[in-house]
Design a protein around this ligand. Sequence first.
Ligand SMILES: *Cc1c(COP(=O)(O)O)cnc(C)c1O
Length: 390
Amino acid sequence: MAFDLAARLAERRAADLYRQRPLLQSPQGPEVIVDGQRLLAFCSNDYLGLANHPEVIAAWRDGAERWGVGGGASHLVIGHSTPHHAVEEALAELTGRPRALLFSTGYMANLGAITALVGQGDTVLQDRLNHASLLDGGLLSGARFSRYLHNDAASLANRLGKASGDTLVITDGVFSMDGDLADLPALSAVARPKGAWLMVDDAHGFGTLGARGGGIVEHFALGVDEVPVLIGTLGKACGTAGAFVAGSDDLIEALVQFARPYIYTTSQPPALACATLKSLQLLRDETWRREKLAALIGQFRAGAQQIGLVLMDSPTAIQPILVGDAARALKLSAMLRQRGLLVTAIRPPTVPAGGARLRVTLSAAHSEAQVQLLLNALAECHAQLESAHA
Ligand SMILES: *Cc1c(COP(=O)(O)O)cnc(C)c1O
């Protein structure tokens, strides 16, 4: 049988699930140029406005002068350079963990941590709304794999009762498509007495939560005993690229020995680590960025509720507007775009069937006036859609 890709593509198109990549012709920022059009964007994960920060750019440039461009080899051969090491030390300090290990991407950190910790005969329990990379890591590990109800400690306790072998409980810190926080104190209280380890992927909380930006573990004041395996990514609030695992000395040593996505890949460019180091300093010290973000989140939620939009229970920069139907979500996104606003429609399989939404993300780089522009446009589009529906 030949590969019938054309049929598979046609089927996806017919279901309103076909994906396209908008071509970005400017740096990240509230105002972007996409496919030749100037737009006000509310869909980046650059939550603190650091992706295009002049000091971070200068650190990258100076880093390239000093360290060259390529990582050259894997960390275990001769690719682990001084800037990589300095980033690991800064991350350990910021997350309040004994050590941290730098990975090239969050996807790899998740695959690496899960497959190094569990295998055949062990158990992986995951929140059913976890990020795709966590689900993939669980499948790849060969451990027994089951999902518990979203953010539900009782459902987790039920699954834990049937677990065998070493058991890893895995949750997003901030759920990437809903914006709500994992109830880590409750999940930890259920997992710990059973000897299960809690692993938290804080891709969206790191940098945005906690007084210093240490993320969800700082927000809930949880140490390495409550959350033995902490994952953070550097391509979102930190504005650069890469990811890390933070935890005990033994955990990090075990990952260096056993995490294949760590071992069998070239280290990231050292100049990138120089940029990350600068960005981490800004992220930690410029607390006004988190304060401004919180104010914009409050402004958006109050305005959206006034319009009658269906928001989710999110205190974070991720503020999805639930639409339901994929075609309707695409329509709303297209109407906003006609008004100069870029907000991506998120459709299945990224979200459950019937859960299509506009994923609005806010950034400290947005102004109050820009958030108001979004609210005004949403009010117009919402009214139009409602009257067309009636
Ligand atoms: C973005 C994201 C990742 C992947 O991180 P990358 O560094 O982009 O590969 C992992 N987990 C979650 C929850 C994410 O949102």
